[in-house]
Write a protein that binds this ligand. Sequence first.
Ligand code: NAG
Ligand code: NAG
Ligand code: NAG
Ligand code: NAG
Length: 346
Amino acid sequence: MSLLTLLATALVVSAAPVVEKRQAPSGVPDYVVKYAPVVYLFSGEAYFPADIGAQVTNTAPAINRTLVQNPPAVDLSNLDQLNNIPNSAHGANIYLTSNQDPTTSPRPQYLYGTKPDPTGKTPSAISCAIITVSHTNTTLDAFFFYFYAFNFGGVYFTLEVGDHIGDWEHNMVRFENGTPSQIWYSQHSGGQAFDYAATEKHDSVRPVTYSANGTHANYATPGTHDHTIPGVNLPAGPIEDHTDAGFLWDPTLSAYFYSFDPASSSFTPYGDAPAPGWLNFNGKWGDDKIPESDSRQDCTFGIDALCQYQAGPTGPKDKDLNRTNVCPDGKDCPVYPVLLPRSDVA
Ligand SMILES: *[C@@H]1O[C@H](CO)[C@@H](O)[C@H](O)[C@H]1NC(C)=O
Ligand SMILES: *[C@@H]1O[C@H](CO)[C@@H](O)[C@H](O)[C@H]1NC(C)=O
Ligand SMILES: *[C@@H]1O[C@H](CO)[C@@H](O)[C@H](O)[C@H]1NC(C)=O
Ligand SMILES: *[C@@H]1O[C@H](CO)[C@@H](O)[C@H](O)[C@H]1NC(C)=O
């Protein structure tokens, strides 16, 4: 995309409606909400942000695709009780498994999430967790975790690959002395980092993030983004993510707020957020992979990573909350001073 096109798009986007006044519970630094990202969902999106608690009420714990017998009654506040289930590897082997067949057409309603209203709010759905991590007196990281109940992977030739139930994505804004300095955009198993100053702004201060159709990978620019499936050498052709300024979602309008203390590895709620049992749950937020022997599964060329249905993901605590750089630890972390489409910087 040319610079002119980018600029033109930025101008159109900045004319978006003004969102309702945001409020953060007491104790959350004002700047965390002031500089919170605004998300643009794709105009053709079918799988909207979803209520985090509904993922618990619509599922039951299973291990190795077998339901756990007489599991404890759990909600968000005590979901970590599932970590105590015997032979679950402290919960790590547990998959929150849909009570209804998730592969039907249409799929069970809860998997489609909640479309934001004209103010950018997802009515009756709390689909975001904002987690602050203070590193020093002067550096604070604010994580914005976005939850979607279903990830539509993409189309490879004519076949769908990489669908899964439960989808956690995030931005992280690093603040120095209350001033935003850098921002991370999660994209599949990686992502991109930019100087805050480089990002497109909504209402002149809030960075814009474009959520890709179906996969919900976060990009700093609209358009088409190539991505390959991690760890797979594709026999041919890219799989593309598509982003545009389809629906404005302001994740701060319905979010739970927490702080995370790396030294004690503990979460503390701000305001009336539920107790953090769900953040301490070690398991997965969606069904396990459907076996290849199951007629509902379809694996392109018989390649494992190219199956239509993949396993659900772990939650926010697996996303390097105590990271050194703005990128997750263990990744090269170029922080770009200008916006470039991913294909130009990868
Ligand atoms: C967007 O995702 C839907 C599935 O939710 C898919 O049917 C549609 O083709 C996708 N659109 C584009 C432009 O990729
Ligand atoms: C999972 O179930 C399959 C089929 O019943 C079995 O072969 C396999 O050993 C089980 N795996 C574990 C880790 O229990
Ligand atoms: C640390 O924070 C306190 C309270 O906000 C402030 O008074 C102090 O100057 C800060 N110290 C440094 C080194 O920034
Ligand atoms: C958090 O990260 C810092 C900086 O990398 C490191 O010094 C510290 O040991 C980490 N804390 C924990 C509890 O891992």
